[in-house]
Design a protein around this ligand. Structure first.
Ligand code: ACO
Length: 326
């Protein structure tokens, strides 16, 4: 057999906390509204002293330390992000920052599904034996792309990065995965480039514009998540010949406590098995699952041999799930 195992995890948090009280000084909102609709109390956002790559490097260093590996043990670095410091990709900046000289590095863009998609992509290289050790980083700096005058979105997001080290081994601890896209729902959640035609030369224009802040149909996204996430978890468990009763932990993308509660409810998974840290970090997009995972590992909740379902969902629309044994 040929498979893989997660052998280390680490995180990096942005340098400024932003409380609900702080937000109520920016837009017309309240701690009561935000907590009751989302479960969030605070989130962290980057000042100009941090960026995606600096967070990714720190998270990667911690994951390597837990794994007992050096940067040059890595064969591959996958960065799941939708907010690179450089549109040409930021994985190379993390590779350089870590000094992971042997590793090839590339970005994967799948918004809030990015970490789970990255895990499933990494698994292909490990299962085939092409690579032995992969660093997967999930990170986003959505604070750059939020309209800070739009109360319907600016209260939801925070910045951060989380990382895991994956190692090839005989036994496969990635028991199953499932991934879906529904492009017909693309308009629900966007960070769009808006082209502005500029005259270039006789009869020719160039479309140079700017990225526009995040737009979201919150109710549509909510409905999508509560319908599709329970379904994909059932599908991935079926594929692994398991049931919800076999799971020790469920880690969903930390979009909103109400979404997590509704999914747990539909699957009849006890609340104490649903790992949540959305209260502290808000929705950190591709970082949210590794942040919750690393915290649960370091708190001693997740133990060797535990069975964990991971599910990401978001813009695309995309949704993805994996079942892993720790
Ligand atoms: N403070 C105070 N009032 C607000 C705020 C705010 N921050 N935001 C919206 N409101 C108001 C609205 O203007 C509206 O007022 P109105 O009735 O006078 O028009 C009222 O509150 C209710 O608004 P709704 O949008 O219906 O509120 P809802 O209960 O649906 O909660 C929320 C909104 C939290 C966004 C919810 O729809 C949700 O969680 N959706 C999923 C969003 C999500 O998770 N997105 C990210 C997932 S994918 C990814 O991570 C990229």
């Amino acid at each position: 057999g040929s498979g893989l195992k997660i052998i280390g995890s680490g995180t990096a948090i942005a340098d400024q906390s932003l409380t609900n009280q702080d937000l109520s000084n920016i837009v017309e909102t309240s701690d009561e509204w935000i907590q009751s609709r989302t479960g969030m109390r605070q989130r962290y956002i980057c000042s100009a002293n941090e960026n995606l790559a600096s967070l990714g490097v720190k998270a990667g260093q911690k994951a390597l330390a837990m794994a007992g590996l050096q940067p040059d043990d890595l064969d591959l670095i996958i960065l799941a992000t939708s907010t690179p410091d450089d549109l040409f990709g930021s994985a190379a900046q993390i590779q350089g920052g870590l000094g992971a000289t042997r590793a090839f590095a590339f970005d994967v863009t799948a918004a809030c599904s990015g970490f789970v998609v990255g895990l499933n992509v990494a698994a292909q290289f490990l299962r085939t034996g092409v690579y032995q050790r992969v660093l997967l980083v999930g990170g986003d700096v959505l604070s750059r792309w939020v309209d800070w005058s739009d109360r319907t979105t600016c209260v939801l997001f925070g910045d951060g990065a989380g990382a895991v080290v994956l190692q090839r081994q005989a036994q496969d601890n990635l028991l199953a995965f499932e991934m879906y896209t529904d492009g017909s729902g693309n308009g629900c959640l966007n960070l769009p480039y808006q082209a502005v035609p500029q005259p270039l030369t006789a009869g020719k224009t160039v479309a140079q514009g700017t990225y526009q802040p995040i737009t979201m149909n919150g109710r549509e996204v909510y409905r999508f998540a509560v319908a599709k996430v329970p379904e994909i978890i059932e599908k991935v468990l079926f594929k692994a010949e398991l049931t919800t009763a076999d799971l020790d932990w469920v880690i969903l993308h930390q979009a909103n406590q109400r979404i997590m509660d509704a999914v747990g409810d539909r699957l009849a998974i006890p609340l104490e098995k649903m790992i949540s840290n959305v209260g502290n970090y808000g929705n950190t997009s591709a970082a949210s699952i590794p942040l919750a995972l690393d915290q649960a590992v370091r708190e001693g909740k997740i133990k060797e041999g535990d069975l964990i379902a991971l599910a990401g969902f978001g813009a695309g629309l995309t949704w993805a799930a994996s079942v892993v044994r720790w």
